[in-house]
Design a protein around this ligand. Structure first.
Ligand SMILES: Cc1cc2nc3c(=O)[nH]c(=O)nc-3n(C[C@H](O)[C@H](O)[C@H](O)COP(=O)(O)OP(=O)(O)OC[C@H]3O[C@@H](n4cnc5c(N)ncnc54)[C@H](O)[C@@H]3O)c2cc1C
Length: 596
């Protein structure tokens, strides 16, 4: 077991980024300048081709699944919606959503003595992402020892280096039980409006179940990837076979072990993270499997292993907190390395980072050539864009799936499927008759207030406030919306391990609420100048590279829209993000207005 070796231990404690395409700015890169330039030209050509097919950007998707499409959003995991009378009451802290954001922030609030905490959740349980996504193969792509929050508090060590979906879902439930979060939780309930009541100085939260809940503090924890979206494809309603979205996996149709697919021709649209995890399992189970690909993902080795029980036994209390502290401190460089780094110009750093990213992508290509036997299929699976333009994926069985005779890659070369008939998708005149079509088309990204209209002081709608660009402090506070906190939204820092961000935000929010309560204030709101400053910070750091314009379209760059100013994540790095928040908390009066 690799956890025993010192090399593996070093890797385990390395930042996530080191595991996925190590970049050493002081190291040498592998190719000639001419080679790098030629690869970049190919990246640009591929990008332009894809953009030309979809000039409408995010407009190519359907976000509101209504009418005949409403069934794609129905919860297949819950039974009938349990009848209950509408709620009319008041709580101190109300979370919209019941995923990790809500759970870990609630834990921090409990530690600070907050008793009245309610989670309102659309699904029938807590878990968020890990409640909804139960497709075969669902697993986390970040080492579990970092991804799963509150491991110290729950005295739990994950079973594997990469946790599988059911284990993560069980961990969510365990958190909710430990911190007594089921007591006031309300499930199968969608918040539809969150309105600031000026007179009472509370939030009034209305739901699709007729509830009228009041809350002193509201935390928008609605998730970064929780609202499924579909591509707009001509004729999709006419398909006569069965169909569903990956986040609403229909086990009644497929069978729990997928055995009901043995005589079925299965199609899957999309080759992003959910598809990459489900395709190997579908490949084994289905009679025939057609994979409709627009842009390939980068697929690296997963190299999972079971946690070594001896290693787990030797962990000292507080081990996860120590890992996290190390992550927040950032990479440790020697004095000599620091001096060398300081001597590099910004352009040189960018150049070296780009070259290292290209080297990484070329290694991804080499893996494909080594594994996929058919040359045409292998070439079609090669991603031609810079590392991290699209979310990287890790699966050891994905590429070998294409060596199976029942698996067929339909490479649409950036075009995507544009037509579906009663029988199935058609591409360039070739129809593909299917029994079942699975949409692995992803989610609406990082939107605050999904299914929910948020109205702050003076009747101001949050979407209206954001019309000319998102405005927040740290992606958490937005002026004119007192006692409201946002998690997982834009203008927060970005980490491949999302729970790094969420925990940092949760700690910050719990500290702010604690400060308001202990100081005898009623409300906290961000000062306009603090918000202005942060928007400038976001713009300044987003302007550092031309990456956004150069990347192949995808959800990381608004489907290729040119740099959308402040409407994105803060690119100044996690260490800086964290220290800005720490500084703000050390001198609350400088960033926030408080009212008694
Ligand atoms: C398939 C998949 C795989 C992922 N893998 C990784 C990974 O490997 N590593 C990683 O770091 N991250 C991963 N993520 C991102 C993942 O979403 C986060 O890591 C984390 O779980 C987000 O937690 P959250 O609480 O912010 O949001 P979520 O878990 O999305 O929870 C939000 C909840 O809010 C509910 N909700 C939304 N609006 C309302 C409303 N108006 N009323 C009531 N309820 C509402 C939703 O139903 C949802 O349950 C993955 C996401 C997906 C979809």
């Amino acid at each position: 077991m690799a956890e025993k070796t010192s090399e593996a231990t070093a890797e385990k404690f390395a930042p996530v980024g080191m595991a996925i395409g190590a970049f050493n700015p002081l190291g040498e890169t592998a190719r000639s300048d001419a080679d790098y330039e030629s690869i970049k030209r190919r990246f640009a050509e591929e990008r332009d081709r894809r953009l030309a097919y979809r000039p409408e950007g995010s407009g190519q998707y359907i976000f509101e699944l209504e009418g005949p499409l409403a069934r794609y959003a129905v919860d297949p995991h819950a039974g009938e919606i349990a009848e209950r009378p509408p709620i009319d009451d008041e709580v101190e802290c109300l979370f919209i959503g019941g995923g990790f954001s809500a759970l870990l922030t609630s834990a921090r609030l409990r530690e600070r003595g907050v008793e009245s905490i309610r989670i309102v959740e659309r699904g029938a349980d807590v878990g968020g992402t890990w409640y909804w996504n139960r497709y075969p193969g669902v697993a986390c792509d970040v080492p579990s020892y970092d991804y799963l929050p509150l491991l110290d508090e729950l005295d739990y060590v994950p079973l594997n280096r990469y946790a599988k979906g059911p284990e993560i879902y069980a961990h969510c439930r365990a958190i909710a039980k430990k911190y007594g979060l089921y007591d006031l939780a309300v499930f199968q309930t969608t918040v539809t409006s969150t309105v600031w009541d000026e007179a009472e100085r509370t939030w009034e939260v209305r739901t699709d179940r007729g509830d009228r809940m009041r809350a002193r503090f509201v935390i928008c924890a609605n998730g970064t990837l929780s609202k499924p979206k579909l591509s707009k494809i001509r004729g999709m309603e006419s398909f006569r076979g069965h169909s569903f979205h990956t986040s609403r996996w229909d086990y009644a149709y497929t069978g729990r072990d997928l055995s009901k697919l043995a005589d079925k021709v299965v199609g899957i649209i999309g080759t992003g993270a959910s598809a990459v995890q489900s395709i190997p399992r579908l490949a084994v189970a289905a009679k025939e499997l057609y994979v409709f690909q627009r842009t390939p993902s980068s697929i690296d080795l997963r190299n999972d292993w079971a946690t070594d029980p001896n290693w787990a036994r030797r962990l000292k209390p507080g081990w996860q907190a120590k890992r996290r502290e190390k992550m927040l401190r950032g990479p440790e460089l020697s004095d000599e390395q620091k001096a060398q780094m300081a001597a590099l110009s910004r352009d040189e750093k960018v150049r070296r980072q780009e070259n290292a990213n290209i080297d990484y992508m070329m290694r991804i290509h080499e893996r494909i050539d080594a594994i996929v036997e058919d040359k045409v299929t292998a070439d079609a699976l090669k991603p031609w864009y810079m590392f991290m333009c699209k979310r990287p994926c890790f699966d050891d069985e994905y590429l070998p799936s294409y060596n199976r005779r029942n698996v067929h890659l339909v490479d649409t070369k950036g075009k995507g499927i544009t037509e579906i008939t009663a029988q199935g998708p058609t591409f360039e005149g070739t129809p593909y008759a299917l029994d079942v079509l699975i949409y692995a088309t992803g989610f609406e990204v990082q939107k605050t207030g999904i299914y929910n209209r948020i109205v702050g002081e003076d009747g101001r709608d949050l979407d209206e406030k954001y019309r000319d660009g998102v405005r927040t402090l740290f992606g958490i506070h937005t002026q004119g919306f007192p006692n409201l906190f946002i998690m997982g939204g834009y203008q927060a820092s970005f980490q491949f391990n999302l729970t790094d961000i969420l925990q940092t935000q949760g700690d910050h929010i719990a500290d702010c609420i604690d400060h308001v309560r202990r100081s005898g204030f009623r409300t906290i709101d961000v000062k306009p100048e603090a918000e202005d400053w942060w928007v400038e910070q976001v713009i300044e750091h987003r302007g550092k590279t031309t990456r956004n314009q150069e990347c192949t379209p995808g959800y990381y760059n608004f489907e290729g829209a040119a740099n959308r100013r402040q409407d994105g994540n803060y690119n100044g790095g996690m260490v800086r993000y964290y220290s800005h928040m720490r500084d703000a908390r050390a001198a609350m009066d400088q960033s926030f207005d408080f009212e008694k």
